[in-house]
Design a protein around this ligand. Structure first.
Ligand code: ZN
Length: 294
């Protein structure tokens, strides 16, 4: 694999790259103006956008975990197989992006099991990781981790332990932990740091697009020095797709967050890929390797 600046990489620390594979019209911020039953009317962009991500990641010799919607896998199974064939971890983002805290325990159990089996049947590898849409495992879903353990997932990366208007819990655990007594399931929260008496996210998403790259890298290095587990960073393929159709009917706040700095995202992401050594979450958590052609 090409790596033009190996000596500049920060190898210390456990950096994990994660990609939430969903299309631009499936994000929760647009869910009040784009109804679930209209999704099939949108031409898919997630396949091309994710393949562009794979090219960037592979060019820097990084490995990543791709939390993929079952809905996307059903429509682009070749993409699911390509993720695995290129040596990355295939994981589950649920079937159709319904938040965990908007489902009953029974509905969530169905959703989590359905997405896992669907992806496994397409790819021929075990799917061990789960990420809740919108980091929606929180204090209102005390049964969620039990369901994931019962469904056969080995880990979840579904909590974002900060205060935020749509998700998060500033008192939640920042380091990996076992949320279900007697079960091996690990919850591995995305990256946060404590600074000046506050807890700050450095995990990616809108914060990453809004912040100068130097600040993001500084916070990530600090997270690596203070967290006791993988430093998990995340982004979405649509964040690199500046040509995506605009959803004009969305609220001003949603549009601001969704479209902010899409054009500079590819160069910022490449800077991150050059600057840190990235591994799959299952590797970082010490889970034994499973199938695939890595
Ligand atoms: Zn998502």
């Amino acid at each position: 694999m090409m790596d033009t600046e190996p000596n500049k990489k920060t190898g210390a620390g456990n950096f994990s790259l994660s990609v939430d594979v969903e299309d631009y019209f499936q994000v929760w911020a647009f869910s009040n103006v784009i109804k679930r039953d209209s999704w099939d009317g949108f031409p898919l962009r997630v396949g091309d956008a994710t393949r562009a991500v794979l090219d960037m990641v592979d060019a820097r010799g990084a490995k990543a975990t791709f939390f993929t919607l079952g809905w996307v896998g059903e429509r682009d199974p070749a993409l699911v197989r390509e993720i695995v064939a290129r040596g990355h971890e295939l994981a589950s983002h649920g079937f159709d992006h319904t938040k965990v805290n908007q489902q009953t325990r029974e509905a969530f159990a169905k959703d989590a099991a359905h997405a896992k089996k669907l992806l496994e049947d397409i790819a021929g590898v075990e799917v061990r990781g789960y990420r809740a849409p919108g980091f929606s495992i929180d204090r209102t879903t005390p049964w969620a981790h039990e369901v994931l353990a019962e469904t056969g997932y080995a880990y979840s990366s579904s909590t974002h332990p900060i205060a935020h208007d749509h998700y998060g819990d500033a008192s939640a655990e920042q380091n990996p932990y076992r949320p279900v007594e007697g079960a091996a399931l690990i919850e591995a929260p995305v990256a946060t740091v404590n600074m000046l008496g506050r807890r700050i996210s450095c995990a990616g998403g809108g914060w990453f697009r809004a912040s100068p790259i130097t600040a993001s890298k500084m916070l990530l290095r600090r997270a690596a020095a203070t967290l006791k587990g993988p430093v998990i960073f995340y982004f979405h393929p649509w964040e690199l797709d500046a040509e995506q159709p605009r959803i004009n009917s969305a609220s001003a706040k949603s549009k601001f967050r969704h479209y902010l700095n899409l054009k500079t995202m590819p160069s910022k992401l490449d800077n991150m890929l050059r600057s840190f050594s990235w591994r799959r979450i299952d590797d970082q958590l010490g889970l034994a390797p499973v199938g695939g052609e890595a």
